[in-house]
Ligand binder design. Sequence first.
Ligand code: NAD
Length: 358
Amino acid sequence: MIQVGVNGYGTIGKRVADAVAEQPDMELVGVAKTRPNHEAETAVRRGYPLYAAIPERADQFADAGIDVAGEVDELVAASDVVVDATPSGVGEQNLELYDDYDTPAIVQGGEGADVADVSFNARANYANALGADSVRVVSCNTTGLSRLLAPLQEAYGVEKARVTLVRRGGDPGQTDRGPINDILPDPVTIPSHHGPDVNTILPDLDIDTLGMKVPATLMHTHSVNVTLDAAPDADEVRDRLADENRLFLIPDDSGIDGSGKLKEFAMDAGRPRGDIWENCIWEESITVEGSDLYLFQAIHQESDVVPENVDAIRAITGDEDADESRATTDDRLGVGLDSVFADAPGRRALRRPAVPTP
Ligand code: NAD
C-alpha cells in the first residue's frame, strides 16, 4: 500500500484525500491543516488523522477540542508520497520540507512549472513522471485542455489550437473573489498563460489561448477551435472523444444547457460535493468545417484535477502502467458520466448532424 499524506486540506486537498482513501493500493496517512475550521471538522468526521501544518498553531486545535496526530513533519516522514494542496506559492516553499525527508511530492497547478521536475497529465504524459522527486499536476484548465488535445493530436495531428477560456471568477466558497458584475479580458494580453502551460505537457503543440473572467462560480467554459492535420467528419470525432473516459459528451437531448444544469445533473447522479471529474463537451457543438474542429467544453475547476493527482501518486512511485492506473482511479471514483445515460433509449439515434459554422 502506498502511504499518502495530504498537506493543505482546502478545495483540492479534501477531494484528493477522499479519492486516495478510495484506492485499493493506497492508504491515507493523514491530512495537515493550518487551523481548526469547518474543514478540520470534516477531516475528523471522516476519521482522517489530522496534523498541524504550522507547529506554532497546534494549540488552536486543542482549544477547539480537536486532537491532532502530530505535526506536519511527522506526516511527511510517515508518507511515501505527499500531495501538497496548499495555496499557490506555498507548495514551492514546502518542497524543502519534503526534500529533507526524501519524500517525493506532488504540487498543484498554482505553482510555476519550474518548481517541479515534471508537469503532469495522466492522459498525455504519465510516463514522464515515473520515479520523479516532484511532480506538478497542472491547473484545472490545462488539465481540461490536455485531456482533449492529446487524443486529437494522436488521432489526427494538430496544426493549431485556438481556445478562449471563459473562467469562473472564484470557487463557490471564495467569498473574497470577484468580479461581482463585470466581464474581464483576463489577462488582456495574448496569449494567456494557459497555452504555454499546455506546452509543459504537450511541448510540440501549436496553441494560442485567450482568457476571460466572469462573475460565476460553478465551472469554466472553453470555446475551442482546433485546426487538424486531417479532415475527419464530426461523427468520427465524436466517437473518438466518446472513447475517452474522462471526456463526457453531454447528450443533445439531455436539456443540459450550461454549468448550472451540469452541476444539478452531477448532484442528481449522487456525485460527492456535486463534483464533475470529466471534461463536459456539448456533443451538439462538435463541428468540423474542412479541417477545423469546433466545440464547447465545461470544466469543473474544483475536481477535474483529482483523478490526475491519484494517477500522479502511482507514477511518482514508479508504477509504469498508465492505462491500469487511470482505469483503477476511474473505477474507484466512479468517473464516466456516460454510464448515467448508457441505458437511455434512443440516445445515439437522437444525435443531430453537425451544425455548420456560421
Ligand atoms: P484552498 O485555499 O481552497 O486550500 C488551500 C488550503 O491550504 C487551505 O485549507 C489553507 O488553509 C491551507 N494552507 C495554507 N497555508 C498552508 C501551509 N503552509 N501548510 C498547509 N496548509 C496550508 O486552495 P485550493 O483551491 O485547494 O488550491 C490549492 C492549489 O490547487 C493551488 O495551487 C491552486 O492553484 C490549485 N488548483 C486550484 C483549483 C481550484 O479551482 N480551486 C483548481 C486546480 C488547481
